[in-house]
Ligand binder design. Structure first.
Ligand code: FEO
Length: 393
């Protein structure tokens, strides 16, 4: 079945129902690799799909026209989920001319040499297909240095590459038809893919009017197409500013249960104060992706670890490394944990947290299971955190 976004603009992507991991990001709902075919006096294909899905892409194009008729192949992004079928498509679309951003063009030559000539475009460059005009907008680091977007001037459709995407495989292509709220999936995607680039997203959103970009449709390279883009643009505004709710995320791992007990006491302390939501995760029983999705709009994160060999328990270390890479901001952070003979995990967590832009509180470390006095100390620490989250001290 053909999926037409606007007259002459088709979705021709692939649905990856089975994807469960996207470079370390757990994707329980799968994903799609969206590609777009624009049919005018000339024919342009914007992006391809992950290599194993090349035949699905070509089959969808063939429902509309012979892929050999493609005049232009626009490469918005070189990551393999969108570029993997590039060579396979070029072998079929033998006359296609390739367009990409400056960095993308260099990348294509780095991968394939001079096999296919590439025209480098910049922000503001245009390509006429006849009645439709493609305008290019470079968006470095959203999500790679080569990333750019393609705007269909007359139709006001923004082909936004990774930005505004969601990892979800579905039979529906449009937000208006979805049986789920794609904003939920977009939030998880933002936290796990785009959080480190929040400043750049702020910059892009601020530049939209100056660039004369006023999209009525935003069609990303993953998931649902936004026909009501105001919602996702507003959400990106909030997420990129790290606007947070009164929420504390507690994530921990434990060796003999004492750190877990501390986690529960901290949670009880937060709840004592009222008005602050708690999200609670044993790191080994949860995915990194779901935890950071909650941290995205939380005001505080408490990270607990037992000590193993004077350092952080490995599952917590892995999570901390993942979190640090996403560069969370504007949050309170604190380490906690129990140890048996030397300790070291809380000191290490605190040091690593201080390498982020979060406000790091002194850690809470106790030896052996908490004594009666330490039980109260943990609980009071939870209350103190809740008060800080609510804006008091
Ligand atoms: Fe969907 Fe950065 O690739």
């Amino acid at each position: 079945m053909k999926t037409e976004i606007r007259p002459g603009i088709y979705w021709v992507g692939a649905i990856d129902w089975d994807l469960r991991d996207f470079h370390g990001y757990t994707t329980p709902k799968g994903s799609t690799y969206n590609a777009y075919l624009i049919v005018d006096e000339k024919v342009a294909l914007v992006d391809t799909v992950k290599e194993p899905f090349k035949d699905e892409l070509l089959s969808r194009i063939s429902e509309i026209l012979d892929p050999a008729r493609i005049d232009y192949l626009i490469v918005n992004h070189l990551e393999r989920d969108h570029f993997g079928s590039f060579a396979g498509v070029m072998e079929v679309a033998k006359n296609a001319q390739v367009y990409s951003g400056e960095r993308g063009s260099k990348g294509i030559v780095d991968v394939y040499g001079e096999r296919w000539p590439v025209t480098a475009v910049k922000t503001g460059s245009t390509l006429s297909l006849g009645k439709k005009t493609l305008r290019f907008v470079e968006t470095p680091m959203l999500h790679w240095p080569d990333s750019m977007m393609t705007y269909l001037e007359e139709d006001k459709v923004l082909l936004s590459s990774d930005a505004f995407g969601q990892h979800v495989a579905s039979s529906e292509r449009f937000d208006r038809d979805a049986s789920f709220d794609p904003l939920d999936d977009a939030k998880i995607y933002y936290a796990n893919i785009l959080m480190p680039f929040s400043m750049l997203i702020q910059g892009l959103l601020g530049k939209l009017p100056g660039l004369n970009l006023n999209p009525e449709v935003i069609a990303p390279d993953h998931g649902i197409i936004w026909t009501d883009p105001g919602k996702i643009i507003e959400a990106y505004g909030r997420w990129s500013k790290f606007e947070a709710r009164p929420k504390v995320v507690i994530a921990y791992d434990t060796m003999w249960g004492s750190t877990e007990k501390m986690a529960h006491l901290l949670a009880e302390g937060v709840m004592d104060e009222g008005g602050v939501e708690v999200k609670f995760y044993n790191i080994r029983k949860s995915t990194n992706s779901e935890i950071v999705s909650e941290i995205q709009d939380a005001k505080a994160v408490l990270l607990g670890s037992a000590t193993l060999n004077n350092g952080i328990f490995p599952p917590v270390g892995g999570f901390l490394y993942y979190l640090k890479g996403l560069r969370p901001q504007k949050k309170i952070a604190m380490g906690f944990g129990s140890f048996g003979w030397m300790g070291g995990a809380v000191k290490e967590i605190t040091a690593r947290l201080k390498e982020t832009d979060m406000e790091v509180l002194d850690g809470l470390e106790i030896r052996y299971p908490a004594t009666k006095a330490q039980v109260e100390q943990c609980r009071e620490t939870g209350r103190m955190i809740a008060r800080k989250v609510k804006g008091g001290q």
